[in-house]
Design a protein around this ligand. Sequence first.
Ligand SMILES: O=C(O)c1ccc[n+]([C@@H]2O[C@H](COP(=O)([O-])O)[C@@H](O)[C@H]2O)c1
Ligand SMILES: Cc1cc2nc[nH]c2cc1C
Length: 373
Amino acid sequence: MSRVNLDDFSDLIERPDSGTRRDAEERRERLAVPPGALGRLDELGEWLSAAQGAVPVRPVERPRVVLFAGDHGVAELDVSGRPAGGAHALVRAVLDGSSPVAVLARRLNVPVRVVDAGLDCDPELLPEDVVRHRVRRGSGRIDIEDALTPEETERAVRLGMAVADEEADSGTDLVVLGDLSVGGTTPASTLIAALCGTDASVVTGRGGAGIDDLAWMRKCAAVRDALRRARPVLGDQLELLAAVGGADIAATTGFLLQAAVRRMPVILDGVVSAACALVGQRAAFRAPDWWLAGQLSGEPAQAKALDRMALNPLLDQGVTVGEGTGALLALPLVQAAAAFAAELPERPDQPEPADESVVRDDVRGEGGGVSAK
Ligand SMILES: O=C(O)c1ccc[n+]([C@@H]2O[C@H](COP(=O)([O-])O)[C@@H](O)[C@H]2O)c1
Ligand SMILES: Cc1cc2nc[nH]c2cc1C
């Protein structure tokens, strides 16, 4: 099997179709609803149109939540607020329908797929179709060691690519992307700080379970130490993912890049998907054109990464629970934008057709309709 080189994605990823985008804009200009009256939903509909290469835009009918799951060795440092190695419990709650994303997905009638990239639990605890892709049991403690070996990194990226291909092949028309982990915000913050050239204290947030000040300081120190390990490999995205990423993070990055190759639009969730997207942008600068930022979560690193990619989040709800929840909250907006763009009627032609009897009836108020008698 040939080696994965993330830089190859640069040639494989095209921009969404600019001609289609112009056609969509022209169609919008012909609608009876005045320009600007639909706010940002106009550009959202036009973006989707360009991604689909279709005017009028097609409804989003087969969306799917895709979640990559993993445990992170840094959680041993007590930087998470959740027990190290405990991400399988989060996965269980998604599968049994009791987690936030599961509740919302049920309401919106969107299927959820969970892929174990690197959980640290006995595989027997979870269904075979979830665990069968696992690359390794937990990722390394990035403050002192690599998260993954080069081979594991490549396997994880390929796993993500394969999942993107499966989704595209099975007709998924939009992916709501998320992650499930314990400790994942530490490598995500490290990747973002490394790629944006900032300090640990600038990117480090309170994570998923809301850590106290002492835990925040431990997390800052872990990001600082991991950043030292990241800097020498900044020029090579695979080495960077191996040094300070993780199995779920490498898989998510592979997924995002291959989704862009397959022209499948993706809504990003919080800081972890933003970090993977930023790595993806380094490999292929056009890739972010295929992504939407669902929600501003409040993690400082996420805001920084989205800014770098010029992605403007649709919502600002401060949801930090992860697991794709913030992205899924934004799906109805995307669906609304698509419905407006496709279903609102065009203005009647201006000027009025030269049917003088109709005009005169209207003037006399005898043409039916609503004119005053
Ligand atoms: O959406 C976010 O920005 C976000 C912020 C903090 C935490 N999370 C979620 O919380 C989990 C990891 O948090 P932590 O504190 O263990 O690193 C993982 O499942 C993330 O998706 C998500
Ligand atoms: C307008 C717009 C531009 C984008 N660029 C990348 N993702 C995007 C999403 C939207 C909605």
